[in-house]
Each structure stands twice: as C-alpha cells, then as structure tokens.
Design a protein around this ligand. Structure first.
Ligand SMILES: O=C([C@H](O)CO)[C@H](O)[C@H](O)COP(=O)(O)O
Length: 180
C-alpha cells in the first residue's frame, strides 16, 4: 500500500488552513536591526534550526537557544518559539523568561489555546497533528504532520522576508558556508 499520496493530502489540508496574514503580522518582528533567538525541542528544534539557517542566509543576526555560542537575550530582541503542542515545559518556561526580559515573542504552534500561544505577541497557527492530539488528524506518527507543515510555513515566511528585503538567491548563496 502506498503512503505518499495520503501524506501529501494531509500536508495540503493543513497548509490550506495556515493564515498568511499571521505571517505578515510576524514580519515586523523579523528585521535586520533586531537579534532573533529561535527555540524548539526535539523535531520542533530541527525546524527551528532550519529556519535559523535561512535567516542567516538572508542576512539576519540570529541564534539557536541551547548552542554554546548563543549570547544573552536583551529587551527588544525577537524570540521565535516552535512547539506543536505549545505545552512543552522547557519551551514554555524559557519563553516566559524571555517575555519577562522584554523580548517580542513569535510562536508557531498547532494549539491556539496553549500556554505558548498565550505568551505570544504574534502567533502563527500551523494546525498539523501533534503528539498531544492537537490539530488536523493524521495517519503519521506523533507530531510528524506538524513538523512537515511548520517547515513549509517557515520556508514561506523566509521567502516573504527575502522579497520584502530584496534579497536574491545569489545574495543567499553568498552567505552559505563555502567550505563543506
Ligand atoms: O521531537 C518531538 C517528538 O518526536 C514528537 O513528534 C517533538 O518535536 C518534541 O517532543 C517537542 O514537542 P512540541 O514542543 O510539542 O513540538
């Protein structure tokens, strides 16, 4: 039995529900004069790292929380938290700390009523199935559908930012690691 067509159907179903105006409202928090800190646990952390890499490619100053060279966060910085469930303890606790320190919070989650969503200055709802049962139902394991669709959503946001900033593919390639 094939599975890929059904996976593609699931991804399409979720992506139709992602509201691009939420991405537009997140864009003012993502500018070259701000420092951006991204955070996520497990596979959500992988999506956060992928987004952080693209931000670097399009000329932003950004850091991944938990990396050894990540500096202290300061008032006015932007905090991007990714959590399908919106309830992962470490992510919620660190986001609370960031908010107390005066950072602007952008959250990507499947769960609009979650603690993480409530902390956000701008939330982007990506309603893929999660390990806690939030979002569009899926035949795939755990939060796979959220992981897939938040990845596409973050790539869409990167494209929107690059167009706003007039950053070309050549500009991005210039920033990409040149020894690999
Ligand atoms: O790694 C994960 C797990 O495999 C479920 O698919 C999750 O991304 C991790 O547990 C973090 O969960 P969320 O904060 O709910 O995204």
């Amino acid at each position: 039995m094939t599975v890929i067509p059904q996976i593609m159907t699931e991804i399409n179903e979720v992506m139709k529900l992602v509201d691009e105006t939420q991405l537009e409202k997140a864009m003012p928090y993502l500018t070259k004069d701000k420092r951006i800190f991204v955070i996520g646990a497990g596979r959500s952390g992988f999506q956060a790292k992928g987004f952080a890499m693209r931000l670097m490619h399009i000329g932003y100053t950004d850091y991944v929380m938990g990396e050894t060279i990540t500096p202290s966060i300061q008032k006015g910085d932007t905090w991007v938290a990714i959590s399908g469930s919106g309830t992962t303890k470490g992510i919620v606790a660190d986001t609370e700390a960031a908010k107390k320190l005066g950072l602007n919070i952008v959250a990507f989650t499947s769960a609009p009523e979650s603690p993480l969503a409530q902390l956000a200055d701008q939330v982007v709802i990506v309603p893929g199935a999660t390990k806690t049962g939030a979002g569009v139902k899926s035949m795939q394991l755990l939060s796979t559908l959220f992981d897939q669709t938040v990845h596409i959503t973050l790539d869409a946001l990167t494209l929107m930012l690059s167009r706003r900033d007039h950053t070309s593919n050549e500009d991005a390639l210039h920033e990409h690691v040149n020894v690999e």
